[in-house]
Design a protein around this ligand. Structure first.
Ligand SMILES: [Ca+2]
Length: 267
């Protein structure tokens, strides 16, 4: 792992990322995990792909690189610099998508779109805003492009069930699914798990949209019920290249003024 500390926000950009050789001679999947202002984030990478730049929202940035296998290669090279208080830094390129806009200072907007066959999830436009602490930050996280026939999606409605692909049979290797659950403004969303079986530490579920940092779940333990802090919840499931398990099943329900809506049965 690495810890970077400067008296400013930190902009970290990868210049090389070469780990594509291993004794089994197939592409190895890595997890790059970083801890930034009390929030853990994770990128799943093959040995060939250049990770997106990382912009810290504080003066500390910690990185870990994890892999299932022993690998060799040139390794990685990243450069970091202090970010002036008037700039947000490049929020990053999309895999299978495009970035429009090339200045990243307060007041600037960046637009994203996806290649044919991919759907953009998240906000199309990011705006660089001044923060109350005298620095600059993007108003939304980087969107992403998911394959049209991929798993996940945007869910609306009072209730529904979210499961991993193929559930209750085993999920796929190299899965990358995001579900965004949306409720009316002012409402919140409750998420209750009925089953949870992921490969410990290598297959992960991240839930964001609650108070505080996003929550990470892995392994065999059933997560406690989750309540959103606003009118959305996002679930991001990733699996690595081997060892598949049953996955999870969870029911979401819209919550109005603190009371759960009764599930309506159709007669
Ligand atoms: Ca796995």
């Amino acid at each position: 792992g690495f810890l970077i500390r400067i008296r400013a926000n930190i902009y970290l950009a990868f210049q090389t990322f070469d780990f594509n050789k291993n004794i089994y001679n197939f592409a190895v999947v890595f997890k790059l995990i970083y801890f930034n202002f009390f929030i853990f984030s994770s990128l799943r990478l093959t040995g060939f792909q250049l990770p997106s730049p990382i912009v810290s929202t504080g003066s500390r940035l910690t990185l870990w690189l994890l892999s299932d296998y022993a690998v060799s290669g040139q390794g990685f090279k990243a450069v970091y610099e202090a970010l002036p208080s008037y700039t947000c830094g490049n929020p990053g390129q999309l895999l299978n998508g495009y970035q429009q806009g090339s200045t990243f200072n307060i007041g600037d907007k960046i637009r994203y779109s996806c290649s044919p066959g991919y759907v953009l999830e998240g906000h199309t436009t990011l705006s660089c805003l001044a923060t109350s602490t005298g620095t600059a930050a993007w108003d939304f996280p980087l969107p992403y492009c998911r394959a049209d026939d991929g798993c996940g999606g945007t869910l609306r409605g009072q209730s529904g069930v979210i499961t991993t692909p193929n559930y209750p049979a085993e999920y796929n290797n190299n899965a990358d699914c995001t579900w965004t659950v949306l409720a009316e403004p002012g409402d919140t969303i409750a998420l209750v798990f009925s089953d949870f079986q992921l490969e410990d530490d290598y297959d992960l579920l991240e839930v964001s949209g609650t108070d505080g940092p996003s929550q990470w779940f892995t392994g065999p333990n059933l997560p406690s019920p989750i309540i959103s802090s606003k009118n959305w919840l996002r679930l991001h499931f990733t699996s690595d290249g081997n060892h598949r398990l049953r996955g999870f099943s969870a029911q979401y329900q819209g919550k109005i003024k603190g009371e759960l809506i009764e599930h309506q049965k159709v007669l």
